[in-house]
Design a protein around this ligand. Structure first.
Ligand code: UD1
Ligand code: UDP
Length: 398
């Protein structure tokens, strides 16, 4: 315990002059004489989207250092989001790249630890459930650095999903846990995690509302020659769906049999697996399927807003379908966002060709949506809570 306290003092003593605290002559928030330093670790597409809005809120209150692990590196999965969402270049790019789970996580872990040692921040900020999230959580907890986890609490109750492992580790070690929904709060409570839990709402809604206001543009529909309200928009990338021959074929068989245009921005993992099972050319040459490179946020948001229906295995896209008011089919046996199903706007069709085709024909929500993801101000709540915590930190492990 004594050891724990001394490490805590090293990282957390906000009232003692220390290398991790800077006193500013012209603080942007005069009530906070001390400017805290937060290191944000991101690395994959959905994390750029989530960090874009939180960064904006945080930077009016704190110094933020952004670390990009390099888990995603193609321009279409990474650089385009920094450009379109007005994010500054990361301060560090760790160039971890692709690899097995162990390799990617281990490389990120070693390199994140080096950055944390050199930056000596007051807090680590992480998002979601990728291998970059896991590596950052492990690096920080071993340095007794407090962790804030955005998108805490979703559960699939399946170890088959690598994301489940990642988010459980991140939640277990986080000092601040920001939940998008009440279900997430309840999931954490069931695991005995109550301290530091905030029902912040979903930061993806903050961004979606802002971007929808100012970036409505249907030029991508013109380029594709599809009519608003008369096409299906689909994304597939989960390991469970892409790495199994049976499941990937079953899903793409449904797309091939669909009787209306299918717009399909293809994740590189899925492109590789379609090649592997020998189906890439068949899908690419189907006249009603528009196979695209991964799209930028703006193009993809507009595709969502104009789709008749959205078909996906993505956690982020399933929520955005809800924000856009489009019916959603989930290509999974279950969803981490059960509110969307309970509300009648999402249905789990798994990788079952017949179920997918029947839902494409018949699934129609019958009532207005509820407001389950907050009010679009999650990022402000998060930034405020981080500063309040750093003003008065609690022990990391009571
Ligand atoms: C990762 C996350 C997943 C998240 C998804 C968002 C983990 C375990 N998975 O899955 O939770 O939903 O990101 O999109 O962290 N590749 C490229 N270019 C890139 C990046 C990847 O071609 O810029 C290819 C490589 O062949 C790589 C494969 O995609 O092996 C998978 O990439 P990886 O980051 O390991 O996992 P994702 O499937 O993207
Ligand atoms: N997205 C995008 N272009 C695409 C597909 C998705 O900009 O071609 C965005 C989407 O709007 C959402 C995020 O990527 O904000 C979701 O990321 P992804 O599906 O890769 O990961 P998940 O949410 O499943 O972890």
């Amino acid at each position: 315990m004594q050891h724990h306290v001394s490490m805590l003092e090293r990282w957390l003593a906000p009232v003692q002059p220390s290398p991790i605290l800077r006193r500013l002559g012209s603080s942007p928030s005069p009530e906070h004489e001390i400017m805290y330093k937060v290191v944000t670790v991101i690395g994959a597409r959905p994390q750029f989207v989530k960090a874009a809005v939180v960064s904006r809120a945080l930077r009016s209150r704190c110094e933020e250092i952004v670390v990009h692990t390099g888990q995603h590196y193609d321009h279409g999965l990474s650089g385009v989001f920094f450009e379109q969402l007005g994010m500054s270049e990361p301060n560090h790019n760790l160039a971890v790249g692709s690899g097995s789970h162990a390799q990617q996580t281990a490389d990120a872990l070693v390199r994140i630890e080096q950055v944390l040692e050199s930056e000596r921040p007051d807090m680590l900020l992480i998002y979601g459930d990728t291998n970059s999230t896991l590596a950052a959580a492990l690096a920080a907890v071993k340095l007794c650095l407090p962790i804030a986890h955005v998108e805490a609490g979703p559960r699939l109750y399946s170890w088959q999903e690598p994301e489940e492992v990642n988010r459980i580790v991140a939640d277990r070690f986080a000092a601040l846990l920001f939940c998008a929904t009440r279900t997430d709060v309840a999931n954490l409570e069931r695991e005995g995690i109550r301290d530091g839990v905030f029902l912040s709402g979903d930061v993806m809604l903050d961004l979606f509302m802002t971007m929808r206001e100012s970036n409505r543009d249907t030029s991508i529909l013109d380029r594709l020659d599809v009519t608003p309200g008369e096409y299906l928009l689909a994304t597939v990338h989960r390991a469970r769906n892409t790495d199994s021959d049976e499941r990937i074929k079953s899903i793409f068989d449904a797309f091939l049999q669909a009787e209306e245009p299918v717009v399909l921005p293809l994740h590189p993992r899925t492109a590789k697996n379609l090649e592997r099972v020998g189906w890439y050319d068949r899908v690419a040459s189907a006249p009603h399927i528009h196979l695209l490179e991964p799209q930028g946020y703006v193009e993809f948001m507009n595709l969502q807003l104009d789709a008749r229906m959205i078909i996906t295995d993505s956690g982020g896209v399933c929520r955005e379908a809800y924000f856009a008011g489009r019916p959603c089919l989930t290509l999974f046996p279950f969803t981490a966002w059960p509110e969307t199903v309970e509300d009648g706007w999402n249905i789990c069709v798994d990788a079952d060709t017949e179920k997918i085709l029947s839902a494409i024909r018949d699934f129609a929500p019958s009532h207005q949506q509820k407001n389950v993801f907050g009010d679009g101000h999650a990022s402000e709540t998060i930034a405020d809570a981080i500063v309040s915590y750093l003003d008065d930190p609690r022990p990391l492990y009571a």
